[in-house]
Design a protein around this ligand. Structure first.
Ligand SMILES: NC(=O)c1ccc[n+]([C@@H]2O[C@H](COP(=O)([O-])OP(=O)(O)OC[C@H]3O[C@@H](n4cnc5c(N)ncnc54)[C@H](OP(=O)(O)O)[C@@H]3O)[C@@H](O)[C@H]2O)c1
Length: 235
C-alpha cells in the first residue's frame, strides 16, 4: 500500500515505523508547508496527524484528490460535521478517531456500559481526569471529550461537560494535567460518600495509536463514505 503522511511529527514518525514493519511504502511526507496534490494523488491512502488549525484543510485536500483519509488530529472537531458533509458531497472516504488504540476503544465500551448502569444510582457523582505530556497543545484531550459524550449519551442525569471547577450538577467535570513523558492516561471516577468506582486506561507508548491508525488505513482503500474505529476493530 502506498501511503502519504500528512504531518511528520511524533505520530508521523511512529506511524512510519509501523508502516515499514507491515510492508507498506511511504510515498509522500507533508508538513506545515502544505500538500503537493500531485504527490498526494499517487497514494492509496493518507494518514493525517497534524495540528487543529490544519486538519480540516488537509482532509478536504484528500477528498479533492480522491484519496481515502485517516485523521487523528484532535482539537478541530467543531468542523467534524462539515467534513462528513464534504466527504458525502465529494464521494470521499474518511475515518476520524479521537483515539486509535485498541485498548481505548475497548475502554470506550466499558465506559458506556458503566454509565448505563449508573442511571439507577444517583448517589454517585462522575468526573473525568486526563494526563498527557507537556507538549500536548489542546486540553481536554479528544479522548476525554469522547468519554464525556459517551457518558452524556448513556447517563440521563448528565448534560454537557466543562473544565470549570464551578459547574452545574448536570455537567461532567473534566480535569486535564500535563506531566513530562506521559503518552496518555484517562480516568473515569464515580464517587459517593461511601466509596469510589474508578476505571482507568494508561497508554505505555504511542505504538498503540500508530498501529490503530495503520489498521484503519489498511481498511479504507476500495470503500466510500465515513467510518469509525468500531468498523475497523469490529467491536
Ligand atoms: N487520535 C489519536 O489516537 C492520537 C494519538 C496521539 C496524538 N494525536 C493527535 O495527533 C496530532 C499530532 O500529534 P503529534 O504528537 O504527532 O504532534 P507533533 O509532534 O507536534 O507533530 C505535528 C506535526 O504536524 C505538522 N503540522 C503542523 N501544522 C500542519 C499543517 N497545517 N499541515 C501539515 N502538517 C502540519 C508539524 O510540523 P512542524 O514540526 O513544522 O510544526 C508537525 O510535524 C495532535 O492533534 C494530537 O493530539 C491523536
Amino acid at each position: 500500500m502506498k501511503v502519504a503522511l500528512i504531518g511528520y511529527g511524533k505520530m508521523g514518525h511512529s506511524i512510519e515505523s509501523i508502516l515499514a514493519e507491515r510492508g507498506h511504502e511511504v510515498t509522500a511526507r507533508f508538513g506545515r508547508d502544505g500538500i503537493d496534490k500531485q504527490a498526494l494523488q499517487k497514494a492509496d491512502v493518507a494518514i493525517e496527524f497534524t495540528r487543529p488549525e490544519g486538519a480540516f484543510g488537509n482532509i478536504a485536500a484528500c477528498f479533492e484528490c480522491s484519496v481515502p483519509v485517516v485523521s487523528g488530529t484532535t482539537g478541530w472537531l467543531a468542523r467534524y460535521d462539515e467534513a462528513v458533509k464534504l466527504c458525502e458531497r465529494e464521494e470521499g472516504t474518511f475515518l476520524y478517531a479521537s483515539n486509535f488504540s485498541l485498548g481505548v476503544n475497548l475502554f470506550f465500551e466499558v465506559n458506556r456500559h458503566l454509565a448505563r448502569i449508573m442511571n439507577a444510582y444517583p448517589e454517585y457523582e462522575v468526573d473525568i481526569e486526563e494526563i498527557h505530556h507537556t507538549e500536548k497543545k489542546d486540553a481536554p484531550s479528544g479522548t476525554a471529550i469522547t468519554l464525556a459524550e459517551q457518558i452524556e449519551d448513556q447517563l440521563k442525569r448528565k448534560e454537557g461537560w466543562t473544565m470549570d471547577e464551578q459547574h452545574s450538577k448536570e455537567q461532567i467535570h473534566i480535569s486535564a494535567k500535563r506531566e513530562p513523558d506521559v503518552p496518555g492516561t484517562h480516568i473515569i471516577r464515580y464517587l459517593s460518600e461511601i466509596d469510589t468506582i474508578q476505571i482507568e486506561h494508561t497508554a505505555h507508548s504511542r505504538k498503540g495509536f500508530a498501529l490503530g491508525a495503520v489498521l484503519a488505513a489498511e481498511f479504507l482503500p476500495g470503500k466510500k463514505g465515513v467510518y469509525t474505529m468500531k468498523d475497523v476493530l469490529k467491536i
